[in-house]
Design a protein around this ligand. Structure first.
Ligand SMILES: Nc1ncnc2c1ncn2[C@@H]1O[C@H](COP(=O)(O)OP(=O)(O)O)[C@@H](O)[C@H]1O
Ligand SMILES: [Mg+2]
Length: 245
């Protein structure tokens, strides 16, 4: 059963259709990958789901409930959390405080400082950063900064987690560790919808993949179906091969 569903989702920026007539669903408990060339509309789709941007038309439902018109904090409190392509961590603030923000943001009810601190500690422990609680973000590696983003999202207690290019800029060892982390998150029962260019990660951990191009969904299926799809090879994988990545 889908935890998230979109029907006829459109987003226009002036005359540009950044997301165009997209129907999609994310099944409960799966890891769904979202791929496509730069500018395909992947981040915009995440922005529509999380209400960072208003939808132009169409409908998005989380657990059957319409998200249209809700505010970002309401969607977060319903159980949808995200990370950002450009990490949004507060650079001078210690790791712990960055994660604490999530613990306060995620609940519709008043959260005590002690409860928030416990949530933040648990999330940091989960991503393996407990030892760096007091370290300012700017002193972390990119891979660890991204882990802080994940911890902050987890501290909101999501049922659905949107990951926007979590692995971009990571070295192969860090990519493997990030793949393990994402799988471990899913194994706790959290559904994952992830934008990723790193094909090793997409192929390794996604049960399904959908492909956007110029805002339109051009393919959807298992990783093996998608990489064998002629249109996908021509538009996306061919381009990636030329780019040498
Ligand atoms: N806030 C915005 N205002 C105007 N145009 C935007 C905005 N955000 C994205 N776009 C445009 O929408 C298209 C899709 O962008 P984006 O969703 O970021 O693509 P992707 O994440 O797939 O690389 C691009 O042409 C981009 O320039
Ligand atoms: Mg993007």
């Amino acid at each position: 059963m889908p935890i998230l569903e979109g029907q006829g989702v459109n987003k226009y920026f002036g005359g540009l259709a950044a997301v165009s007539h997209v129907d999609f669903h994310v099944d409960q408990g799966e890891i769904l990958g979202l791929i496509g060339p730069n500018g395909a509309g992947k981040t915009t789709l995440f922005n529509l789901i999380s209400a960072a941007l208003p939808i132009s038309s169409g409908e998005i439902r989380f657990k059957g409930q319409k998200l249209n018109g809700l505010k970002p904090h309401q969607i977060c409190q319903m159980g949808v959390s995200r990370t950002f392509q450009e990490t949004k961590v507060f650079a001078n603030m210690p790791v712990f405080q960055n994660v604490l923000v999530g613990a306060f943001f995620g609940s519709p009810n008043h959260v005590s400082g002690a409860d928030a601190a416990r949530e933040a500690s648990q999330a940091l422990e989960f991503v393996g950063l407990s030892a760096m609680s007091a370290t300012p973000i700017k002193d972390l590696t990119l891979a660890n900064q991204k882990r802080v983003e994940v911890a902050r999202a987890l501290a909101t207690k999501p049922e659905l987690l949107l990951l926007d290019e979590l692995m971009a800029g990571l070295n192969p060892a860090e990519v493997s560790e990030a793949m393990e982390l994402v799988t471990k998150i899913r194994d706790t029962g959290i559904t994952i919808f992830m934008v990723e260019h790193v094909m090793k990660a997409i192929m390794g951990i996604c049960e399904r993949i959908m492909v956007l191009h110029h805002g339109e969904k051009i393919a959807e299926g298992t990783p093996h179906e998608v990489v064998a799809n002629e249109t996908v090879i021509e538009i996306y994988l061919g381009e990636e091969a030329h780019a040498g990545s």
